[in-house]
Unconditional design. Structure first.
Length: 410
């Protein structure tokens, strides 16, 4: 019995000695990603750019083209290195962002955008008009091409200032419309956001209402985050196979919702912010969110809304930054539409260096994360209490032995 007792004590003391050695001689490494941003090229136009630039290989020639719109009445197409390819003049200012899709299945992409003249335009890959559709109000949002009926043919979805949400077929003919009750100046997005095997369309409104619809125009849920809302984004931010919805507001807040309309988090920028985009910049399986603001800054926050960095321009940024690899090298480019007074489309080089480093010093408890420190101290405390209990038991046992001997002598 005595041998077991001392053996147990020796094992516990050995374990504590190993913990102390580990703490002293194995500092924990940290992994960090440094992002360096430089200007690659820029393209100036005659008025503000407040769209989301579209990057696509329109004519299937193996090279990416950047398409954007401007308040100077034009839709522009430029090459990946910043050279002019074509432009289409509507005669009226354009704030709608372009989208691109092969609507007629001919191997090339058509460009879709709305206009303040109440029309939606469909432009060929060479810059000629194929058709237009007139509504009762200005069309600010991007027409969205998506096959919501699952018949292999895409429909075209968009909202108008006439307070209706529209669905056209692939030739520009009317399918259906749904009254929203407020003007729509932002883009709708579509995906199976709640994993029910049906596609929902998420629609923001000028009145601060975020709604989700399924075909044919049935609303599933709505939320009032407040303020005029920008274009929402549907993305799996944290790689858990569930989609999140990110939407920004003119009142300076960026919101994140789950697929059933529940608010997950919000973060504040202190000034009116524009449209956002999501991308995993550093390859850690968590997406960062890029968003511009009225204070002339491009901001980057993580998937939980924590601010990471910002980049300064000389004009406001309400259009959506686009993160792409234009020239097929090893690094991303960021396409940023900058408004007044610059009126310029920028292409930024993003160079990312991922480093793993050891902390300064010789290790020890001070270099262990806070929660781990608490865990270690709990173990040490329990061990100390155990040893104290052993000492007390041994002392009591020895005292008992002495008392027994005295009684025997008597």
């Amino acid at each position: 019995m005595r041998k077991k007792f001392y053996t147990t004590n020796l094992i516990i003391l050995f374990l504590f000695a190993n913990v102390l050695v580990l703490v002293n001689f194995n500092p924990l490494p940290t992994v960090s990603a440094e992002m360096a941003i430089t200007e690659k090229w820029s393209y100036a136009v005659g008025a503000g750019i407040y769209c989301n630039p579209q990057v696509s290989d329109l004519d299937d020639d193996g090279f990416q083209e950047v398409v954007f719109t401007s308040l100077d009445h034009n839709a522009y197409c430029i090459s990946y290195d910043g050279n002019h390819l074509w432009n289409y003049d509507t005669g009226t200012a354009i704030t709608s962002s372009p989208s691109a899709s092969d609507l007629d299945d001919d191997g090339t992409l058509e460009v879709l955008f709305g206009c303040l003249d109440n029309n939606v335009y469909c432009i060929s890959d060479t810059g000629t008009k194929e058709w237009n559709y007139s509504t009762g109000g200005s069309v600010y949002p991007t027409p969205l091409a998506v096959d919501i009926t699952d018949d292999g043919v895409e429909e075209i979805l968009f909202g108008s200032a006439d307070e209706y949400f529209y669905c056209l077929d692939n030739t520009g003919s009317f399918d259906w419309s749904y009254p929203i009750g407020a003007g729509i100046s932002t883009n709708a997005v579509a995906a199976d956001i709640d994993n029910d095997n049906t596609v929902e369309v998420v629609v923001p409104s000028n009145g601060g209402m975020l709604s989700a619809y399924r075909d044919p125009g049935i609303r599933e849920w709505l939320f009032f985050p407040g303020g005029s809302l920008r274009d929402p984004i549907i993305s799996d931010l944290d790689s858990d196979s569930n989609l999140e919805i990110v939407v920004s507001s003119h009142n300076g807040f960026l919101f994140c919702f789950n697929g059933t309309g529940g608010l997950l988090w919000s973060t504040y920028f202190g000034d009116s912010i524009g449209k956002s985009t999501t991308v995993d910049l550093d390859g850690d399986n968590y997406k960062e969110i890029l968003v511009g603001a009225n204070d002339n800054h491009l901001y980057c926050v993580d998937y939980q809304g924590n601010h990471l960095w910002n980049y300064t321009f000389d004009g406001d940024i309400y259009g959506k930054p686009n993160v792409v690899n234009l020239d097929s090298d090893s690094e991303y480019e960021i396409i940023v539409p900058v408004g007044h007074p610059e009126n310029t489309l920028y292409c930024l080089d993003l160079n990312i260096t991922i480093a793993s480093t050891l902390p300064n010093g010789n290790g020890g408890i001070g270099e262990i994360p806070f929660l781990a420190q608490w865990g270690l101290w709990i173990i040490v405390g329990m061990g100390a209490l155990y040893l104290l209990t052993v000492v007390v038991l041994l002392a009591t046992r020895n005292k008992g032995k002495k008392t027994t001997k005295k009684k025997r002598k008597k």
